[in-house]
Design a binder for this molecule. Structure first.
Ligand code: DGL
Length: 285
């Protein structure tokens, strides 16, 4: 005899609403991991493409942009915010936490610790924006890990912008990847930290540019660890009010102040096809 599902089994899965932002399309690599881990969570994505790149700007610029994006996502009902940008995490997350002490903020940092663990003493390459590598937060991270082997810190000025404006496969983007990977290739790095959320979009080109070590190289992208941490926060937020809010509007929606078609293209390449993309309101201008 079939047993009827008990009332709790028939309830809709609990959900809540998480805001995610980046300087542009890069954070879609984190959004993809969030979507995979949290299929019942309403995800709101904001791409600040008109103000990208952040990686060659000073802290006050990145803090101002991050505040505006956080404010917008909160106004749309976000109960937690994922800063899907290494640069904004390095320069602005402390300010966001100060301004909104009751909102959980999850950041992303270059995955140096797991890289050092995986490298077995061989040199580790770190590709990131100039602003991330020169930030006090990043310097403190390196110091706390006290790496024994070589850590090659490679700033990549212009790479996020090239991915954003030319596209991941454009010759100009490929040229920059070849240039920035050359020192890592010469040092024989087979462990490489992707320290900017735009870079997983060009992971295959990075492998090629690493030469012989590239095919088997370990490229570290912490997006899934960020999604797991967000999942723990979401679990703690699932109040009845959170469930009610989460039922308003589509489960996944993005806003951009750049070209919606460009965001849609990258989203589709990340497996997020069909995601509605709207224009960011004037408060973001
Ligand atoms: N995707 C960002 C990061 O993770 C920012 C890139 C940029 O705007 O320069 O650092």
């Amino acid at each position: 005899m079939h047993q009827r599902a008990s009332a709790p089994d028939m309830m809709p899965p609990p959900a809540c609403c998480v805001g995610v932002f980046d300087s542009g399309v890069g954070g879609l690599t984190v959004l993809t991991a969030l979507r995979r881990r949290l299929p019942h969570t309403r995800l709101l994505y904001a791409a600040d493409s008109a103000y990208a790149p952040y990686g060659e700007r000073d802290a006050s610029y990145v803090i101002d942009r991050s505040r505006r994006l956080a404010q917008f996502l909160l106004s749309q009902g976000a109960q937690a915010i994922v800063v899907a940008c290494n640069t904004a995490t390095a320069l602005a997350i402390a300010e966001l936490r100060r301004q909104w002490p009751l909102i959980p903020f999850v950041g992303i940092e270059p995955a140096i610790k797991p890289a050092l663990a995986a490298s077995a003493g061989r040199p580790v390459g770190v590709l990131a924006t100039p602003a991330t590598l020169s930030s006090a937060k990043f310097q403190a991270l390196v110091l706390s890990l006290n790496p024994q082997g070589d850590l090659l810190l490679q700033p990549c000025p212009g790479l996020a912008e090239a991915i954003e404006t030319l596209g991941p496969d454009a010759p100009g983007t490929r040229g920059l990847i070849a240039r920035f990977c050359a020192p890592l290739r010469e040092a024989g790095c087979s462990t490489v930290v992707l320290g900017c959320t735009h870079y997983p979009l060009v992971a295959e080109a990075i492998r090629e540019a690493l030469g012989a070590a590239g095919a088997g190289a370990c490229l570290l992208d912490p997006a899934d660890a960020v999604a797991a941490q967000t999942g723990r926060i979401v679990a703690s937020l699932q109040t009845p009010a959170a469930r009610r809010d989460a039922q308003q509007g589509p489960e996944l929606i993005a806003w951009t102040n750049g070209q919606p078609a460009a965001l849609r293209r990258v989203a589709a390449a990340c497996g997020l096809d069909g995601m509605p993309v709207r224009t960011l309101p004037a408060m973001l201008e």
